[in-house]
Structure formats: structure tokens, C-alpha cells
Design a protein around this ligand. Structure first.
Ligand code: IDP
Ligand code: MG
Length: 146
């Protein structure tokens, strides 16, 4: 067993296009469990922490702005090898070349924008998952006072 948790986001384009249900359906149909879920409006500070690895890249500012352009849905999915499994379900970053059958390959395309709008985020490693879950679901890891 390699039971893992991963952070998944439905980005603002996914919420705007009413694709939240389809994304969740694909996660559930694959057999992963959704163990936490919320709709929220992410602020700059949270997004800068989440995307810290991309600071300084040309698409960083457009990415942070885009991610604040509307509500997002954040969820934690759990299952054996779910980190790798959801990345496969999502497809590659560029939706133009993402394989048909994947979320990005079936439902997204290049809109010619500065930042690629590709509907979903999924953690890329156990370390990223732990870090990102702590950022988006800090209420789950807060140490309870006595
Ligand atoms: P990932 O979401 O597939 O893990 P990352 O490389 O972590 O891709 O990039 C984070 C997000 O930044 C992507 O999902 C996409 O929205 C955007 N992005 C990544 N690379 C580019 C690029 O070269 N041009 C425009 N936007 C990009
Ligand atoms: Mg990434």
C-alpha cells in the first residue's frame, strides 16, 4: 500500500465553465476518495506561496492574477498512488497536446493567453502534496489548543 493524499484545484476557468462536477466525477470514477472540499477565493499571498517554485518566470504574474480572477475549488483526494494517478488524469500542462481522455486534453485548449488555462492543478510529489495541503487546508493541520 502507498496511501497518499494530493491537493487538487479546479482553477477559475473550470469554475467559470461549470466543469467542477465533471472534474470531481472523473476523480471519483477513478476510485479516489474526496476527503476535503471547499470553494474559495485565493488571495495573492496564498497563491505566491503555492506557486513559489515559479517565481521569476514570465508566466508567474499572469498565473497569480489568473488564479485570483474568480473562485476556485480546492479538494484533497486520497488513494493508493493518487498523486501520480491524478497527474495522469489531468494530462500534461499544455492542453493543446494533452492526451484526449485526460481532463486537460478533453476539456481545455490554448486560449492564446499569457498563462495557460488548463482547468486543474494537482500536486506533483509527496513533498509538494504535504506542502500544498498545509497551504490550502491549514485548518486541518492546526494544532488544537488545550
Ligand atoms: P502543472 O500545473 O502541469 O504542474 P507547472 O509547470 O507547475 O504545471 O505550472 C503551473 C501552471 O502555470 C500551469 O498549470 C499553467 O497554468 C501555467 N504555466 C506553466 N508553464 C507555462 C508556460 O510556459 N506558459 C504559460 N503558462 C504556463
Ligand atoms: Mg506544477
Amino acid at each position: 500500500m502507498n496511501l497518499e493524499r494530493t491537493l487538487i484545484l479546479v482553477k477559475p476557468d473550470g469554475v467559470r465553465r461549470n466543469l467542477v462536477g465533471q472534474v470531481i466525477s472523473r476523480i471519483e470514477a477513478k476510485g479516489y476518495a474526496i476527503v476535503a472540499l471547499k470553494m474559495m477565493h485565493a488571495d495573492r499571498q496564498l497563491l505566491a506561496a503555492h506557486y513559489a517554485e515559479h517565481e521569476g518566470k514570465v508566466f508567474f504574474e499572469p498565473l497569480i492574477e489568473f488564479m485570483q480572477s474568480g473562485p476556485i475549488v480546492a479538494l484533497i483526494a486520497e488513494g493508493n498512488r493518487v498523486i501520480e494517478g491524478f497527474r495522469k488524469l489531468a494530462g500534461t500542462t499544455d492542453p493543446t497536446t494533452a492526451e484526449p481522455g485526460t481532463i486537460r486534453g478533453d476539456l481545455a485548449r490554448d486560449q492564446g493567453t499569457k498563462v495557460v488555462q488548463n482547468l486543474v492543478h494537482g500536486s506533483d510529489s509527496p513533498e509538494s502534496a504535504e506542502r500544498e495541503i498545509a497551504i490550502f487546508f491549514s485548518e486541518l493541520s492546526e494544532v488544537k489548543g488545550n
